[in-house]
Design a binder for this molecule. Structure first.
Ligand code: 5RP
Length: 289
């Protein structure tokens, strides 16, 4: 029982003062619980509602990709500039200092390597995501792939069920089947299917007509960078995506394969959070480089 001696009467009720609510309400979060919202607010900057996620999960199917041979040397110095880290548990546990104060979007599915066709995609145990203190779980969804579509939708649904139980958001990652046209019709379908099946964030690719992809997806959409482009083009890609409704980027190769990754990630940050034009961001890249 608290000591009641010297009990001070409560008087400061702020009568007449408006109750403040959070600054930016992320798309699709109005009916979410506190844990989910809290984790999302670690990923998406609460002021801009946007994020720069640094993706370096490529090794889970590709092995030691260029730029990711030694993550301790190439990625760890970049982490300070990212809003969120997207990687596998293997890299997290072996290479990323546990003291890093960055949210993690954990690659939570696994499958075959690039040496074979995608097959039998499966999920890691949600308990591992909790142990790792993941702020989100990333799971692939392969729309239009006859062998994989149903398996990957089932994985996404399972991840969303587990995520809902523990308050961990799920990011649906739209994998593009080889036969699929990379157009707004396809990406809008794939993104919407992810959200309808419980994804709280969708990661997809930029394309002409991207505004339709973003508008018809009821949760925030972030774009992957895709193959390495010249720096100015990569910054134009970010700018166009943000302009067309993306809530940020989840970018890998265009950052860590850049001539100057540290300068590049800061330039990307400038486009996403500070509304820099591609040219301004490119100048920043050159100054920092
Ligand atoms: C693959 C992924 C990768 O993380 C993604 O492709 C981002 O990297 P990049 O910008 O290099 O494309 O999710 O499924």
């Amino acid at each position: 029982m608290a000591d009641m001696d010297g009990f001070k009467e409560a008087t400061n009720f702020g009568i007449g003062q408006e109750v403040k609510t959070s600054s930016v309400e992320l798309k699709g979060t109005a009916n979410m619980g506190w844990g989910m919202k809290n984790r999302l607010s670690r990923i998406f900057n609460p002021k801009s509602g946007r994020t720069v996620m640094l993706a370096f999960d490529h090794g889970f199917i590709m092995g030691p990709t260029s730029g990711l041979e030694r993550i301790d040397l190439t990625i760890v110095p970049l982490m300070q500039y990212a809003d969120c880290l997207m990687c596998t548990r293997g890299i997290l546990q072996t290479t990323i200092p546990a003291g890093v104060n960055k949210p993690v979007c954990l690659r939570s599915d696994a499958g075959s390597t690039i040496l074979t066709e995608l097959n039998r995609n499966l999920l890691i145990d949600v308990e591992d995501a909790i142990r790792i203190n993941a702020s989100a779980m990333a799971v692939m969804m392969s729309a239009g792939d006859g062998d994989q579509e149903a398996i990957t939708v089932a994985n996404l649904v399972k991840a969303a069920d587990m995520g809902a139980r523990y308050g961990i958001p799920v990011m649906g990652v739209t994998a593009v089947g080889k036969q699929m046209a990379r157009d707004s019709r396809y990406f809008a379908l794939a993104s919407r299917v992810c959200a309808e099946n419980g994804a709280n964030i969708v990661k997809t690719y930029y394309c002409d007509g991207f505004e339709k992809v973003a508008a018809s997806c009821p949760v925030p959409v972030v774009i992957a960078g895709g193959k390495k482009l010249p720096e100015l083009e990569a910054l134009e890609l970010c700018y166009n995506a943000i302009n067309d409704g993306a809530a940020g980027v989840d970018m890998g190769r265009n950052v860590f394969q850049s001539d100057k990754p540290e300068a590049m990630i800061q330039a990307v940050y400038g486009v996403v959070h500070d509304s820099l034009t591609p040219q301004q961001a490119y100048e920043l890249y050159q100054d920092l480089k």
